[in-house]
Design a protein around this ligand. Structure first.
Ligand SMILES: [Zn+2]
Ligand SMILES: [Zn+2]
Length: 306
């Protein structure tokens, strides 16, 4: 299967720091770019990470807090200056269009492309985007305002043809696609060769879950079970557990508990509070509950693979 890459453009939270940009990620899935959240400076980071503006077709906003969406108008304005055409789809809370449309009408009057807002209804999990190769499902998060996470997953791929069998039965090229889709093969003299003899299983679809911003929420576990990578916010450490509860955020330890209970393959922590000069203690606390666990950082690129 094709490329599935997570690019971290920003992993800070609401208060500015000199270490982090606010929340922004870009997934590169088979050279199509999907942005998740769009904090201030997203377009600068986009350029810094050598991502191609022309490959961006969809932006998913988790919620309407500034640290997740203040970069949107700048991003759209830049796409316009670059002469983008076609359509850009913003998947966001149903209120988002009322918030951003007047700004677009004022600052981006003659856009050479259409901006379409696709409402993401909070408090439920449903498929919000689908194409030939991937599916995106919303994840209900618990925050001070309506908030949705996102599960990106590949669709099941095709079976792999065994080269030795292709040779042995001299299978013509025009029959190979149907065998990869599961069909048996009938030889010219009428012998039926079962599919299982000719193929090996398809690759396991890759899955990535983005959960920010959210309080600890065990209802998510069945929705994210076994994902290849879980990004979970870890705004605070053990020192500020009460503050996490009051502000509907999570501690690193809680993020790791989610990872353990959902049996994910790896955990990526982010959305760090400005109160920490060094996030390593957050990683240490999380690692007591679950490994492998990593701290996100700007410029980080994770390639999901098999
Ligand atoms: Zn935030
Ligand atoms: Zn928030």
């Amino acid at each position: 299967m094709g490329k599935f890459e997570i690019n971290i453009l920003g992993c800070g939270s609401a208060l500015p720091t000199l270490r982090h940009y606010p929340s922004t990620q870009v997934l590169n899935i088979r050279d199509n770019l999907f942005m998740i959240d769009c904090g201030e400076g997203a377009q600068i980071q986009f350029r810094r990470m050598h991502l191609k503006f022309t490959r961006l077709g969809h932006i998913f906003l988790s919620h309407l807090h500034g640290d997740h969406c203040f970069g949107l108008i700048g991003m759209i304005s830049t796409l316009s200056l670059l002469g983008r055409t076609g359509e850009l789809v913003i998947h966001a809370h149903p209120q988002a269009e009322a918030v951003f449309r007047p700004q677009l009408d004022f600052f981006c009057r003659e856009l050479p492309f259409a901006v379409r807002f696709e409402p993401v209804v909070p408090n439920r999990s449903e498929v919000i985007y689908e194409d030939r190769s991937i599916r995106v499902t919303s994840l209900p998060l618990i925050h001070r305002v309506p908030c949705s996470g996102f599960l990106f997953e590949e669709k099941p791929g095709q079976l792999h043809l065994r080269g030795d069998m292709v040779k042995f039965y001299d299978i013509p090229i025009y029959r190979r696609a149907e065998i990869k889709a599961g069909a048996d093969y009938t030889t010219p003299d009428g012998q039926i060769v079962p599919n299982a003899r000719l193929t090996t299983p398809a690759d396991e679809p890759l899955r990535y879950a983005y959960c920010s911003d959210t309080a600890y929420n065990e209802a998510l576990i069945p929705l994210i079970r076994g994902v290849d990578c879980l990004y979970h916010e870890a705004t605070f450490g053990d020192d500020a557990e009460e503050l996490a509860r009051l502000t509907c955020h999570s501690t690193a330890r809680q993020a790791a508990r989610m990872a353990r209970k959902a049996a994910v393959k790896q955990l990526l922590l982010g959305h760090f509070s400005a109160r920490y000069d060094d996030e390593q203690p957050l990683c240490d606390e999380a690692s007591q509950e679950f490994t492998p666990c990593m701290l996100a950082h700007e410029g980080m690129k994770i390639v999901l693979g098999r």
